[in-house]
Design a protein around this ligand. Structure first.
Ligand code: GTP
Ligand code: MG
Length: 234
């Protein structure tokens, strides 16, 4: 199976080399770093550490992921692994995250930080509670039991295409999960470890990021559910 890794990045020059060097190379065909208009040396560091770099000027986590996927579509892998560029995740756990897909046990695997070993203070309180709420709502809506909206995840290319991902910012992770639930994709979670990031926080470590992410996650959940009800009612 061909595995590609996608890393959306905004100003992560310190952490990105650590992330790239920790990816188990023998498992991966290519690593695509999407540089989302970084003003530091992220793109240069990415190239130095063996990644393909694509640029996406439109800010936003989802916009960067969509750009990376458009690039991959020219020669798609069997499996895409998403990973953050801040060195909070442990890239060496990649085999654990892709194995259920390789074995054919799942179409999508979410690396759950709540099931795994977390460094104290790595997952901020707002992230813990926000994820709990989002997961509880998904369970109520679809009976799918997730424990996290973690960024470290793997999905088969065809499954990802079927999801028709659209979110251009903070709703990206929850959109993938709720659409997977709507389509009835085989999804599992595996525990992943999590530590404090290297460098400056962009999302849950900032008030603005937290408010925007919370709003967008809840909006995405209810918008998807409303669409489901409308379509179900036809
Ligand atoms: N492409 C892109 N990436 C972003 C943007 N904002 C954040 N990121 C990246 O998304 C990942 C997660 O952002 P973080 O700042 O770590 O947010 P977080 O994980 O909620 O919070 P921390 O506790 O600080 O780790 C990192 O790899 C960032 O570089 C953005 O606007 N565009
Ligand atoms: Mg982070």
């Amino acid at each position: 199976m061909v595995i590609d890794v996608l890393i959306p990045v905004l100003n992560e020059e310190e952490s990105l080399p650590l992330v790239l060097d920790a990816i188990p190379k023998e498992w991966v065909r290519r690593v695509v770093v999407v540089d989302n208009g970084s003003t530091d040396a992220s793109a240069q560091r990415a190239r130095e550490h063996g990644a393909c770099v694509v640029e996406e000027p439109q800010r936003g986590y989802g916009a960067a992921c969509l750009r990376g996927l458009r690039m991959m579509a020219e020669d798609p892998p069997d499996v895409v692994v998403f990973l953050d560029g801040d060195f909070s995740d442990y890239p060496e756990e990649l085999p654990r995250v892709v194995e259920p897909v390789i074995r054919g046990d799942a179409e999508m695997v979410i690396g759950s930080r709540t099931l795994g070993a977390q460094q104290r203070g790595a997952l901020l309180l707002q992230a813990v509670w926000g994820n709990k709420l989002a997961c509880a709502l998904m369970e109520l809506m679809y009976g799918y039991r997730f424990t996290d909206l973690g960024p470290f995840r793997a999905i088969r290319w065809e499954a990802l295409e079927a999801l028709r991902m659209r979110d251009e910012d903070f709703g990206w992770t929850v959109e993938m999960q709720i659409k997977a639930a709507r389509l009835g994709l085989g999804a599992v979670e595996v525990p992943v470890s999590y530590r404090k990031r290297v460098g400056v926080s962009k999302v849950t470590g900032t008030v603005k990021g937290t408010v925007m992410a919370s709003y967008k996650i809840l909006y995405t959940l209810f918008a998807q559910y409303a669409q489901e009800l409308r379509e179900g009612g036809r």
